[in-house]
Design a binder for this molecule. Structure first.
Ligand code: PLP
Length: 401
């Protein structure tokens, strides 16, 4: 039987040495590169001088090391690293769409992505249709002959829906539509390219880096697409310039080596909380529970070794109830009342008032986003039972249970 693709083993198999044999590749701290021959420089400008670097907005060796490791993790031919997750998302979409084109997207996405699709693409007269990504029939109906991008998050922010990537891929095949997938919540847990996505984007600010010390992103795709975005005449990455700093690439690469273990622990801790929340009849969302509508789908599509992810959301019904809950949790030491995710400490925020606040309230309501939804990014706590007891005591103190 053919061995299943394993993203952690793929990363482990990448051998990159520094020029002095350093086990971590050297950092190339240069914006520009010198050439002995004018001809080689001209060839490099046109991407025709294999192994040569020209200018770091285009490519830098430290960025290439990280990009190669990410491409290995996703099973794509190539990758490019960006200065933020938004840099990755906007670069990919702007490369694929021209004025007059059409995009279909999950209505449930990170709020910044939602705002870009809803408000910013108007500048280019790119029409966007928002759909419930779990309703495949409505996705099918929304696709048009000029639909260039079908966009979704593998596990959506903040509703934690699971996208049926193989079915979505079937819809886009043969009609010039690219399936672009944000896998920020679930690195290693899902391998979107292997499930049919054309382009995989990440906010590496989150789980991939895991340290909350920088903002970064990535685009994993075919060599052709990476060449397209870095083309000196027409490439969105080259011309808008959202490149990652090579010093950051170097530090993220080192953190990538522990990603599989961190994902396992985030998932284990979130699952523990989910099981305990169920015992006290709390209203919550976690895709690892059989009650979750896409639980079976997740089991079918996931890479088994990494669990169901570190994201879980408790619904306390109103924003007025969410505010003191988060404040008391921070006071008691559950974690930090902060946006973002994938940190070693637990982070929590009210999605409707923070990372989805760009989504108008009527649309929040339509997509089922409760104003009292408190989204947790569960940390790497060694004693998760203690964390649970603290959360429970906050709920108890506020008379929510
Ligand atoms: N994608 C998802 C799912 C996110 O949650 C975020 C940020 O919260 C982004 C993309 C944007 O990433 P960045 O903040 O690195 O630009």
């Amino acid at each position: 039987m053919a061995k299943k693709f394993d993203p952690a083993t793929a990363v482990q198999n990448v051998n990159q040495f520094g020029e002095f044999g350093g086990v971590n590749p050297s950092i190339t701290d240069s914006a520009t590169f010198t050439f002995l021959s004018e001809k080689t420089m001209i060839d490099a400008f046109h991407g025709e001088a294999e192994g040569c670097f020209l200018y770091s907005r285009h490519w830098n060796p430290s960025n290439k090391y990280l990009a190669d490791a990410l491409a290995a993790m996703e099973g794509t031919e190539s990758a490019w690293v960006t200065a933020s997750g938004m840099g990755a998302i906007t670069t990919a979409i702007l490369q694929l769409c021209d004025t007059g084109d059409h995009v279909v997207t999950s209505v449930t996405t990170y709020g910044g992505t939602f705002a870009f699709l809803k408000n910013y693409l108007k500048k280019f007269k790119i029409d966007v249709t928002f759909v419930n990504i779990t309703d495949l029939e409505s996705v099918r109906k929304a696709l048009r002959p000029n639909t260039k991008v079908l966009y979704t998050e593998t596990m959506t922010n903040p509703m934690l829906q699971i996208s049926n990537l193989p079915e979505l891929a079937k819809m886009t095949r043969n009609n010039g539509t690219k399936l672009v997938v944000d896998n920020t919540f679930t690195p290693m847990i899902f391998s979107p390219f292997k499930l049919g996505a054309d382009i995989v984007v990440y906010s590496m600010t989150k789980f991939i880096n895991g340290k909350n010390d920088c903002v970064a992103g990535a685009i994993c795709a075919s060599q052709e697409f990476i060449n397209d975005i870095s083309d000196v005449n027409t490439g969105t990455a080259m011309l808008l310039g959202p490149v990652l700093d090579p010093l950051r690439s170097s530090s993220i690469l080192k953190n990538l080596g522990t990603l599989h273990i961190r994902m396992q622990k985030h998932s284990e801790n979130a699952m523990y909380l989910a099981e305990r929340f169920k015992e006290i009849d709390l209203k919550f969302i976690y895709p690892g529970m059989p009650e979750h509508p896409e639980y079976e789908l997740m089991r079918e599509l996931m890479n088994e070794d990494y669990g169901y992810g570190g994201m879980i959301a408790i619904d306390v019904e109103t924003a007025e109830k969410a505010a003191p809950f988060m404040e008391v949790m921070q006071e008691k030491g559950v974690g930090y009342h902060a946006v973002s995710l994938g940190y070693f400490k637990t982070l929590f925020s009210n999605s409707g008032k923070s990372t989805s606040s760009e989504v108008p309230v009527d649309i929040q309501k339509e997509m089922g986003l409760s104003p009292g939804l408190v989204r947790f990014s569960v940390g790497l706590d060694n004693d998760i039972e203690r964390t649970y007891e603290m959360i429970k005591s906050c709920l108890f103190e506020l008379k929510y249970i």
